[in-house]
Design a binder for this molecule. Structure first.
Ligand code: GRF
Length: 195
């Protein structure tokens, strides 16, 4: 066993995946929770005594955020370097990072969990898309993030049945129940492979 890896969790929302990891936070090596907006995820981290960082996107001009994505991403990179982070796990993080973060040390060091069976249903409202498509089975995917959104090597997947009366809410919650187990397990396995 090498040194435990220093893990940062990135959140934007309710943070229920983060919450599910709190009992295992030391084993997982979670030393930082970073958010791009004020959110419940930050509160969960504070309550658990984990260091937090709020890198607010609204500090950057929202009308031309695309032009400032690299500057915003570099600010996040500075935070990660300052905290000596080895591995990032995005858990409902809603900002697409600029490729500069992969070019400067984090290639293969950012994981994501996605509420569909990639490569099916990429994007922002994939639980709704799965219902509208009438698929009988969807699920979740843990993958290595790359500069192309919702792509990158798949590490783990689990199927979830779509039930006849499912709404986005009911289906997404059943997917999250699976993610809350699969994600921390996969993070641990992946971290153990890192130098
Ligand atoms: C998860 O379903 C994840 O796949 C997606 O965002 C959701 C995060 O949920 N990227 P929560 O904010 O942790 O409850």
């Amino acid at each position: 066993m090498g040194m435990p890896k220093r893990v940062a969790i990135f959140v934007s929302g309710t943070g229920s995946l983060l919450e599910a990891m709190i009992p295992q936070k030391d084993e997982l090596g979670i030393v930082l929770v970073l958010a791009d907006r004020p959110c419940r995820g930050l509160e969960i981290a504070r309550a658990a005594g984990i260091e937090t960082e709020l890198a607010e996107r609204t500090d950057f001009n929202p009308k031309r955020f695309d032009a400032e994505r690299d500057a915003y991403t570099l600010r996040i990179l500075q935070i990660l370097i300052g905290c000596q982070i080895d591995l990032v796990a995005m858990a409902g993080f809603m900002t697409i990072l600029h490729r500069v973060i992969f070019e400067r040390g984090f290639k293969g060091r950012i994981l994501n969990t996605h509420p569909a069976l990639l490569p099916m249903f990429k994007g922002n409202h994939v639980v709704l898309d799965a219902i509208l498509a009438g698929v009988k089975v969807t699920g979740c995917t843990v993958h290595v993030a790359t500069e192309v959104r919702d792509e990158g090597p798949i590490l783990a997947q689990k199927a979830v049945d779509v039930l006849p009366n499912d709404t986005v809410e009911t289906l997404w919650e059943r997917i999250k129940v699976v993610e809350r187990v699969l994600y921390p397990k996969t993070i641990l396995e992946y971290a153990a492979t890192l130098k």
